[in-house]
Design a protein around this ligand. Structure first.
Ligand code: GDP
Ligand code: IMO
Ligand code: MG
Length: 436
């Protein structure tokens, strides 16, 4: 049985939590493959709202094994808080597993992230301040701590003693406070005691599930346009949200992936700095932000809002080999007389139809729009494509044509059941399938 990758096609916050929760009903295991607690994934069931930062969004189902994979950077304090929150709300967390090899976000990573952003001032990335960049940096430099290290006080003391003089020097230069080795060792060992029962060999768990013929979902965090390699550097995160990241971070090979479901919303948002050609700073944008509750799940920052941009969509479909799409938040566009869809750019007087790799080029891009008539009526209660207003269907078809892959699920509200299933079948590769 196959693995299915769920990947954000925009700048994050596309509704990956809702998509994962929706699909998780049919699978045995959900694996987070990259990122850390910079992510904020929302799952809504009935009147209950769950905001998850590290634990995969399948955790609400009792049959799911939830795995935090090797490619994730884990802040143990966040993980403990999240497990306690879930248990407190009656969710069984005994099947949550975290990779022995996942790297740990230490308090000095968080302090370095924040001090560096303060130093960059006007040219800051606008990070979530969760220590993501410094933790991945130490991983690449081979001076990081892994989850398994939390279980061995001697290893902790050796490795923390090796890095702390340099970290304190750097922090001191940026006017931030120093850390004590003893306090960090005590803190990390306490995290290890608390999390010992959850620390496991994630790669073998995933491989064993696939070998048993179980269906595994791999849940991406952030989105394609924030990818370290494929986003608009330096305004990116420090990991690979793209589908390829599910292989390295989840411990599977490319041929074990059967389907890549791209998740996008009916308009665009971005948190933090960086180019955003179709950004709306007028009353229309404010209205969409208000109706869509576009406030960061992790940081509470207002999200920047814009029209849907099909230029990076084509790019995202290509670099992820997307085979199907879930379109979220179509309901938020009800009531707009005209919808604009970015279909190309003009850069320095020349038409550009592909997403440029350079942030500077994107900064200069002026969008070329196609306009679509909107629809008035609310669509939260619609459960079949045929019952959508005609103009909503036209907009959907335009998005699908531009993407070149079928939109198989359409979401019309945050709740699990507010979902239109279009010719839906258990997940199998569907590229080339035309849907009516
Ligand atoms: P993620 O990071 O990709 O999981 O997305 P977030 O959870 O950060 O942000 C998506 C927000 O939109 C959450 O508050 C969801 O509950 C909400 N949401 C998801 N799908 C829909 C939808 O179709 N309609 C509406 N109105 N809200 C949605
Ligand atoms: P989910 O999984 C939206 C953004 C930050 C910043 C950049 C780098 O909920 O979609 P980082 O803290 O990762 O070093 O910040 O990436 N960012 C996100 N934006 N959704 C997210 O996650 C994000 N995670 C990071 O705002 O621009
Ligand atoms: Mg989010």
């Amino acid at each position: 049985m196959p693995a299915t990758v769920i990947v954000g096609l925009q700048w994050g916050d596309e509704g990956k939590g809702k998509t994962t929760d929706f699909l998780a009903e049919q699978v045995a295991m959900v694996v987070r493959y990259q990122g850390g607690d910079n992510a904020g994934h929302t799952v809504v069931t009935g009147d209950e709202v769950f905001k998850l930062h590290l634990v995969p969004s399948g955790v609400l189902y009792p049959h799911i094994t939830s795995v935090i994979g090797t490619g994730v950077v884990v802040n143990p304090a966040t993980l403990i808080t999240e497990l306690d929150m879930l248990s407190g709300r009656g969710i069984d967390v005994s099947r949550v597993r975290v990779s022995r090899s996942a790297h740990v976000i230490m308090p000095y990573h968080v302090a370095l992230d924040r001090a560096n952003e303060a130093r960059l001032a006007g040219s800051k990335v606008g990070t979530t301040g969760r220590g993501i960049g410094p933790a991945y940096g130490d991983r690449a430099w081979r001076i990081g701590l892994r989850m398994e290290d939390l279980l061995d006080r001697e290893v902790l003391r050796t490795r923390i003693s090796q890095v702390i003089p340099d970290k304190n020097l750097l922090l001191g230069n940026m006017g931030a406070e120093a850390f004590s080795v003893d306090a960090l060792v005590d803190q990390a060992a306490a995290w290890g005691d608390r999390l010992a029962a959850h620390i496991d060999d994630a790669t073998w768990l995933v491989q064993a599930a696939l070998a048993r013929g179980e269906h595994v979902l791999l849940e991406g965090a952030q989105g394609t346009l924030l990818d370290l390699d494929h986003g608009s550097y330096p305004y990116v995160t420090s990991s690979n949200p793209v589908a390829g990241g599910a292989c390295t971070g989840g411990g599977i090979g490319p041929l074990q992936v059967d389907e890549v479901m791209g998740v996008m919303k009916a308009y665009a948002t971005r948190v933090g700095s960086g180019p955003f050609p179709t950004e709306l700073t007028d009353a229309i944008g404010l209205g969409i932000a208000e109706r869509g509750h576009e406030v960061g799940t992790t940081t509470g920052r207002p999200r920047r809002v814009g029209w849907f941009d099909a230029v990076p969509l084509r790019y995202a479909v290509a670099v992820n080999s997307v085979s199907s799409i879930m379109l979220n938040k179509l309901d938020i566009l009800s009531g707009l007389p005209t919808l604009r869809l970015g279909v190309g750019y003009e850069v320095d007087g020349r038409r550009l139809d592909h997403w440029p790799s350079s942030a500077q080029a994107i900064e200069r891009a002026v969008p070329i729009y196609e306009d679509f008539p909107g629809w008035e009526e609310p669509i939260h209660a619609v459960r079949s494509l045929a019952d959508l207003p005609e103009n909503a269907r036209r907009y959907l078809t335009a998005l699908e044509d531009l993407a070149g892959v079928p939109i198989v699920l359409v979401s019309v509200g945050p709740e699990r059941t507010q979902t239109i299933e279009r010719a839906w079948r258990p997940m199998r590769h569907r590229s080339g399938v035309a849907l009516s």
